[in-house]
Design a protein around this ligand. Structure first.
Ligand SMILES: NC(=O)c1ccc[n+]([C@@H]2O[C@H](COP(=O)([O-])OP(=O)(O)OC[C@H]3O[C@@H](n4cnc5c(N)ncnc54)[C@H](OP(=O)(O)O)[C@@H]3O)[C@@H](O)[C@H]2O)c1
Length: 283
């Protein structure tokens, strides 16, 4: 494929790693924390300039400065509430005005709600659906066309291990992640031969604020042994490398890969029933 070719040259100093600038730009949503912040770091290390998007501007600016200093790339903070009306359209126009071309889009920003569906506030569930699926779809649509025109580009959509099976206690969240996985797989086929690829990153439990939130609300999440909780650095690196290699699905971590594969070999009613037995206990 022309274009995106990850080139990262470490010069061997432990405290100063210089990247070759690729003159390619990655836009990362949800870059102020957690997995998105680490993905931005891995991309900077590989020489990508960055557009960092999330609501918390101070965190984004601090990260932009850090990535510029550590990796010699350009990084710009774009504080945006992606749930605000026209946020994605405004972001696209602003980047066009600034002459920024997005070569790699990371749809990472996401929300979670843990609990019995009927007890969770509807407005919060609808915000989750909009951010995890609607905003992701809109940003992909807005930036994909020009990638295809240029004949190169990458889309990295952050799904979840929850995409592979129904998850009682995370009913709406899991459904949004099933959407992300299905959407990305369809897209990857549509994009064959264009020089653009789409990758679904499907992490299991990963040590971030989102997991703290899940642990507050769910005894099951609290009972998860810590060796089964991935580190953001590992998840981000596997995700970015799979994306740059044009892989369609990546599930970081051996236990998570075993789980994702196991559900394919059991009848759906059995997967659902086991999920129900486990999920109801955590409510
Ligand atoms: N942690 C896990 O166990 C896990 C597992 C599987 C998949 N995932 C997925 O990984 C992705 C990142 O999650 P995380 O665990 O890193 O969570 P996190 O630490 O809570 O980070 C979420 C990110 O999304 C941003 N965000 C939230 N609402 C936003 C909005 N309205 N507009 C713009 N940005 C917004 C947040 O930034 P601001 O607050 O600054 O806006 C933050 O940067 C999500 O899609 C999640 O579903 C996580």
């Amino acid at each position: 494929m022309s274009g995106i070719g990850p080139v990262s040259v470490g010069v061997g100093y432990s405290s100063l790693i210089m990247s070759v600038r690729l003159d390619q730009t990655a836009l990362v949503t949800g870059a102020s924390a957690g997995i998105g912040r680490e993905i931005a770091g891995v991309l900077a290390e590989k020489g990508f300039d960055l557009v960092l998007v999330a609501r918390r501007g101070a965190e984004l600016s601090q990260l932009a400065l850090q990535l510029e200093n550590e990796h010699g790339v350009r990084a710009v903070a774009h504080p945006v509430d992606l749930l605000r009306e026209n946020a994605a359209a405004d972001l696209q126009s602003e980047l066009e005005r600034e002459g920024v071309i997005v070569d790699l889009l990371v749809n990472n920003a996401g929300l979670i709600e843990v609990g019995a569906f009927r007890e969770l506030p509807l407005d919060r569930l609808l915000r989750l659906v909009r951010l995890n699926t609607g905003v992701l779809t809109e940003l992909t649509h807005r930036f994909l066309g020009s990638m295809v025109e240029r004949g190169h580009g990458r889309v990295l959509n952050v799904a979840s291990l929850a995409a592979f099976q129904p998850v009682p206690s995370l009913a709406v969240y899991a459904a949004t992640k099933a959407f992300v996985l299905s959407f990305t797989e369809s897209l990857s086929e549509e994009l064959k031969g264009t020089g653009v690829s789409a990758t679904a990153l499907c992490p299991g439990l990963t040590r971030t604020h989102m997991v703290e939130q899940a642990q507050e609300a769910s005894s099951l999440a609290r009972a998860t042994p810590s060796f089964l909780i991935s580190e953001t650095a590992d998840v981000a690196r596997e995700g970015v490398e799979a994306c740059l290699a044009g892989r369609v699905i990546v599930v970081p971590g051996v236990p998570n890969r075993l789980q994702a594969n196991a559900v394919r070999f059991y009848p759906r009613w059995l997967v659902r029933t086991i999920g129900g037995l486990v999920g109801r206990r955590s409510l």
